[in-house]
Structure formats: structure tokens, C-alpha cells
Design a protein around this ligand. Structure first.
Ligand SMILES: Cc1ncc(COP(=O)(O)O)c(C=O)c1O
Length: 404
């Protein structure tokens, strides 16, 4: 059974006081908090298991290697794909760069890349760079003025561009809006388009079945899924994945090396040059175990209840403007109060122990699209409570009173 109090006891940081107030952590879209089991798994690696992987024949090294590869199996099962289709990276940013750089010889001036205005900079800049390198044209999906997607208009657009590459987020980090990917991906299927889904925000909240989603690439970061920072991954449909050029070369990714020539391993090995973040991978595996242990239906219902409750409370405050889509959302609210600077609101909230994000959220084009410079963002996870929302709203009302 899902009991939020029991869940919270697994997250040591949540008992902290910040500015002499109980911590109200509403910044899980930036990074999630970590359960004790993840912290313990990372520590256990250094205290009991530390050895390099894929190298030694001694017991510790063999144990580290099998734990490292078992973690790959675990994340593959989480997304319902094959282990050889998972590459470890530093996170979503590195994964997108890996794909964009890896495609550099597959695109030319006749190619086209489609992105959307909803994207995090990590899913914009690498494609701009690829377009510059290859001469490919860069196109932007026409979304509505309130940043929601009109499927018919976007399908029509995709049919006219017939993109070589289509990269889009599964859930907006600034707004929390969930993209209805099905019709968009089905549309480009007939053009043999290479599709990349930015799953940084959806991987924990939506746990997509990547086989049924049927995208070519999907990127994710462990730290937004209860895991450590500096580790994440790339899923790639095997043939597509294996066709990419490696981003980095060196030890471990080779098949054979002479002084004048080298051959590379097949994926995923050819994308994992050098000593990886082994402790991070094991911590990530513990995070997946933790997520798997939860009642997913209850977790989802709890997150949606928190989101609706916070939405209704915010809507009752005069002068608050909300930019997030209420109908299809992972649990993130993007808002402003009159023309007050979001940094001022966030700083005042911090005085009450309430942690929210403020600024452009690495989505400057989206902020421009919405006609704002930035916003306040409150993002929820299953370890948040109704009391958290009440404390947030009370702190917001008191902050606003100070500003008015
Ligand atoms: C939607 C989205 N994409 C990409 C990223 C980049 O992730 P990372 O910083 O873990 O590489 C983020 C991080 O906030 C994100 O929210």
C-alpha cells in the first residue's frame, strides 16, 4: 500500500530544516531526492566492491563487472527493451550529444531536422550544431500560443517537412506538459525519420514502454529518477544505435588497436570509452529497484492529486498566471505573480523553507514563445504531501503580501 509518510522515511534529506523551517522540496524536475538505498548502494561500492569493470580477472573486478552489467539489464527491463540497446552516459545531455554527433555522416544539405519550441536547451543546441556541421536545415514544430500541441497542425507540418531527424520532449521540464507522442511518431514513421525522445522528465513519472512507443532513441538522467548525479543513459533501437559514430574513442571501446589503425566494438561497448561511473551505475540500479518496489498506480494517483490540489489553490490567488497545461501534466506548475521577478518570489519562498526553481529553466525559446523572461516552477514527486502544498501556498501568500 502507498503511504506517503512511510515513503518519506526512506528519504533522509526530507527531514532537514532549511532557514529554520521544515524543508518543502518542490524542485524535483531539477533533480529528485534520493532514498537511503541509493545512498547505501553508492557507498557500498567504495567500501566493499571497488574495482574497475571489464578489465581484471580477479574476483572483485569480476563482481564489479557483473553488478555493472546487471544494472544495464535492470534499466533495460524498466523500459522493456534489450540490454544491448542501453548505453551508459553522464545523463540526458550527453546522450543527445552522442546521437547528434554520431549522426554527422548520415546527414547532408538535403537533410532536415525538426525540434519543438518546448525543448530544454540540451535538445536544441546539439541539433543546431549538427545542422551547422552538415548543412541540414533546422525546422521548428508549430505549437500553439499557450504552448500546447495541436496534433492536426503538427501532423500536417511533419508531413510537409518529411524530417530526417525529429527530436522532441516527452514532457516539458518548464511546464510539465506531456507530449502526445503517438500520432507524431506514427506520422514520421513513413519517412524513415530518425526519432529521438527527450525522456529526462518522463522516465520516472511515466515509465514509458519504449518498445510500444517505437522511437529510435530515448534519453534519460538517473538523478531525475532517484539516482545519483553524473549518470544516465541512452536507449537506441539496435540497428540505429550501432550505426552511430562513437563520440569518444580510447580504451574499452575497441576491438583491436595497432599503431596506425583501430577497430571498434559493437554497441553499446563502442560508446563507452574509458572507465565508467561504476558507483553511479550501481546507485542507479538501486533507484530502479526502489521505483519497481512502489505501487505505480497509487504513486501516479498521488502525484496527480498533489498537482490538481496545488493548481486549484494557485488559481484562487489573484494575480497568479499559470502557464502549465492542467489536462496532461507530470506534476509541474509554471507560474508568475503579476510582473514580479520570479527570482524575488523564489528567494522569499526559500525563507520559508520552500524550494522552487525560478528563471528560464534552460528553455529560453519557450519563455520567448510565452512572452515572458522566466517563471517560478513548482515540481512535485510522490514523496510530496498535501501539507507541502499548504505550506507552499501559505508562504506564497505571505511573500506576495510583502511584495504588494
Ligand atoms: C527535459 C530535459 N532535457 C534534458 C535535460 C538535461 O539533463 P541533464 O542535465 O541531466 O543532462 C533536462 C534537465 O533538466 C531536462 O529537464
Amino acid at each position: 500500500m502507498f503511504t506517503v509518510e512511510k515513503i518519506r522515511a526512506d528519504f533522509p534529506i526530507l527531514t532537514q530544516q532549511i532557514n529554520n523551517q521544515p524543508l518543502v522540496y518542490l524542485d524535483s524536475a531539477a533533480t529528485s531526492q534520493k532514498p537511503q538505498s541509493v545512498i547505501t548502494a553508492t557507498e557500498r561500492f567504495y567500501t566493499q566492491q571497488n574495482a574497475n569493470v571489464h578489465r581484471g580477472r580477479h574476483t572483485l573486478s569480476e563482481q564489479a563487472t557483473s553488478a555493472y552489467e546487471a544494472a544495464r539489464d535492470k534499466i533495460a527491463r524498466y523500459f522493456n527493451v534489450q540490454s544491448r540497446e542501453i548505453v551508459w552516459t553522464k545523463g540526458a545531455t550527453e546522450s543527445i550529444n552522442l546521437v547528434a554527433n554520431g549522426l554527422s555522416q548520415q546527414l547532408d544539405k538535403n537533410s532536415s531536422i525538426v525540434i519543438s519550441p518546448l525543448e530544454h536547451h540540451a535538445n536544441i543546441v546539439p541539433w543546431q550544431q549538427l545542422a551547422m556541421k552538415t548543412g541540414a536545415s533546422l525546422h521548428v514544430l508549430p505549437i500553439q500560443s499557450n504552448a500546447t500541441i495541436n496534433i492536426n497542425a503538427c501532423v500536417k507540418f511533419l508531413k510537409s517537412v518529411k524530417p530526417t531527424v525529429f527530436a522532441i520532449t516527452h514532457a516539458s521540464n518548464a511546464l510539465g506538459n506531456i507530449t502526445n507522442l503517438g500520432p507524431l511518431l506514427r506520422t514520421v514513421d513513413e519517412f524513415n525519420t530518425i526519432t529521438l525522445i527527450d525522456g529526462a522528465q518522463s522516465a520516472m513519472h511515466l515509465q514509458p514502454n519504449l518498445q510500444s512507443l517505437d522511437c529510435d532513441f530515448y534519453v534519460f538522467s538517473a538523478h531525475k529518477m532517484l539516482g545519483p548525479t553524473g549518470i544516465g543513459g541512452l536507449y537506441g533501437k539496435y540497428e540505429r544505435l550501432n550505426s552511430l559514430l562513437p563520440n569518444q574513442t580510447g580504451g574499452e571501446m575497441i576491438e583491436s588497436v595497432s599503431l596506425t589503425h583501430s577497430t571498434f566494438r559493437d554497441a553499446p561497448g563502442k560508446f563507452e570509452a574509458g572507465t565508467p561511473n561504476i558507483a553511479g551505475v550501481l546507485g542507479f540500479a538501486a533507484a530502479i529497484d526502489y521505483l519497481n518496489s512502489l505501487d505505480k498506480v497509487a504513486v501516479h494517483a498521488h502525484e496527480q492529486m498533489l498537482f490538481s490540489y496545488a493548481m486549484s489553490k494557485l488559481n484562487n490567488i489573484d494575480g497568479i498566471k499559470i502557464y502549465s497545461d492542467i489536462d496532461s501534466n507530470i506534476g509541474t506548475i509554471c507560474f508568475n505573480y503579476k510582473d514580479e521577478h520570479p527570482f524575488d518570489i523564489a528567494t522569499l519562498l526559500d525563507g520559508y523553507g520552500v524550494a522552487v526553481r525560478s528563471g528560464h529553466h534552460c528553455t529560453q525559446p519557450l519563455m520567448t514563445h510565452l512572452g515572458i523572461n522566466g517563471s517560478v516552477r513548482a515540481s512535485f514527486a510522490f514523496y510530496n504531501t498535501v501539507q507541502d502544498i499548504d505550506a507552499f501556498i501559505k508562504a506564497l501568500q505571505e511573500s506576495i503580501a510583502l511584495l504588494d
